[in-house]
Design a protein around this ligand. Structure first.
Ligand code: AHG
Ligand code: MN
Ligand code: MN
Length: 342
C-alpha cells in the first residue's frame, strides 16, 4: 500500500467537497510552519532556543505568564508562514493581546486562524513533549478588516482544528469535520504521512488526567467525582482507575485519542477571577472538535464546549474531555450538584 501524504489526503478531501482549495492550502501552510517549529524544538540545548524569552528581564505575555524563547520563536514562525500564505484575513495567538490582520501588502483570504504556538511550554526545559494547537474559522462575510470580535464564534463554527505534537516523533492530528486523522512526520522525506485514519476514542475508560495538587481548591462536585475515581473497585464506580499527567494538554489529548481516558482542568478557587486555566479559543475549542470527531465528548462539566458563545479572545474555561461515557458521568456529577443546590 503506497503511503498517503497529508497533501494527497487533503486533495482527496477536496474532491469529496469536504474542504475548499483555500482551506486546503491554508492547512498546508500551517503544517509547514509546524515542521519548522519541530526543527527548532528538536535543536534543544544545541540551538539558542531554551530558557526564558527576554534575557534578564523576563518577558510576560498577555496571560501574565512568563514567555519561553520557544513560545516566541513558534509564534513568529506561524505568523511569518501565514503572512505570505494568502488564505487568511487575520491571526490570533496566545502570545498576542490582539489579533493581527494580514497587512495590506500581503495577499489576503477569508479565514481566521487562532493558535497556541507552543502548548506545555514548561516541558521544554526538561526535554518532554510539547505541541502547537490551532483552530480555523471563517471570516464573517463582508468584513474587510478583521478585528478581535470577528473571532468570537462558537467552537461549532470551526472549519478545521488540529495540533502538532513534538514528541519522540512529530505528529499532526487534524479534523476538517469529517473524522480525526493522525499524520506522522517522515523526517527523511520532510512530509506528513497518514498513520491513523478515523481515530476512535473508546467510550469507556479506566484512566484519568488531572493536576491533583489543586484538589483542595476544587468545587464540591469535582471533589466528589474524583473521590469516586480514587475509591476504585471498592467505591461507587466499582473499578480501579489509573492516572497520567503530561502537563501539556497536547500530550494528554493525544494519549486519549490513542487509547481513551478523561482529561480534566476544572474551575478552581486558586484564582477565583479565572474560570479555569485553559483558553477557549485556542485550547478547548480545537481539542473539543478533534475529540468529538473521534467519538468522544467535551464539556465544561456543565455544558458542551463547542456551544459556548465566546466573549473574549483569551477567555478561559473549565475542560472535561475524552471518553464519552466518562465525560457524561463527570458532567452528571456537576449538573446533579447544581440541581440539588437550586
Ligand atoms: P501553555 O504552555 O500553552 O501555557 O499551556 C499549558 C497548559 C496545558 O497544556 C496543560 O495541560 C496545563 O497548562 C498544565 O497545567 P499545570 O501547570 O497545572 O500542570
Ligand atoms: Mn497551552
Ligand atoms: Mn502556549
Amino acid at each position: 500500500m503506497p503511503s498517503i501524504s497529508l497533501t494527497r489526503h487533503l486533495i482527496e478531501e477536496q474532491r469529496l467537497g469536504h474542504v475548499t482549495p483555500d482551506l486546503r492550502l491554508l492547512l498546508e501552510v500551517v503544517a509547514r510552519a509546524c515542521k519548522r517549529i519541530s526543527v527548532a524544538v528538536g535543536k534543544g540545548a544545541l540551538g539558542d532556543v531554551l530558557g526564558e524569552a527576554g534575557g534578564d528581564e523576563a518577558s510576560i505575555n498577555v496571560q501574565g505568564e512568563a514567555q519561553k524563547k520557544l513560545d516566541v520563536i513558534s509564534n513568529e514562525i506561524l505568523l511569518e508562514a501565514n503572512a505570505w500564505g494568502g488564505h487568511l484575513a487575520a491571526c490570533a495567538s496566545e502570545e498576542m493581546e490582539h489579533s493581527q490582520q494580514i497587512p495590506d501588502a500581503f495577499p489576503r483570504g477569508n479565514y481566521l486562524l487562532v493558535f497556541d504556538p507552543l502548548d506545555g511550554s514548561s516541558n521544554i526545559d526538561i526535554n518532554a513533549s510539547v505541541g502547537t494547537i490551532f483552530s480555523v474559522l471563517r471570516c464573517p462575510e463582508g468584513v474587510t478588516a478583521a478585528e478581535d470580535h470577528h473571532f468570537l464564534q462558537p467552537g461549532s463554527s470551526q472549519v478545521a482544528a488540529g495540533y502538532c505534537l513534538y514528541g519522540p516523533s512529530t505528529m499532526l492530528v487534524l479534523t476538517i469535520g469529517h473524522g480525526t486523522h493522525a499524520f506522522t512526520l517522515d523526517r527523511e522525506q520532510g512530509s506528513f504521512v497518514l498513520t491513523k485514519a478515523h481515530m476512535r476514542i473508546p467510550e469507556q475508560t479506566r484512566e484519568f488526567a488531572i493536576n491533583m495538587s489543586n484538589q483542595r481548591h476544587w468545587e464540591a462536585p469535582t471533589q466528589a467525582y474524583v473521590d469516586d475515581l480514587l475509591a476504585g473497585k471498592d467505591g461507587a464506580r466499582g473499578k480501579d482507575f489509573n492516572m497520567r499527567w503530561v502537563a501539556a494538554m497536547v500530550g494528554d489529548v493525544h494519549r486519549i485519542l490513542t487509547r481513551g481516558g478523561i482529561f480534566i482542568y476544572p474551575w478552581d478557587r486558586k484564582d477565583p477571577s479565572k474560570p479555569g486555566k485553559l483558553r477557549l479559543m485556542y485550547e478547548a475549542n480545537p481539542m473539543a472538535m478533534l475529540v468529538e470527531q473521534a467519538g468522544g465528548a467535551a464539556t465544561t462539566g456543565r455544558e458542551r464546549i463547542l456551544d459556548i458563545a465566546p466573549t473574549s479572545l483569551h477567555q478561559r474555561v473549565p475542560v472535561f474531555l475524552g471518553s464519552k461515557d466518562e465525560v457524561d458521568t463527570a458532567t452528571r456529577y456537576h449538573l446533579q450538584h447544581d440541581s440539588a443546590a437550586a
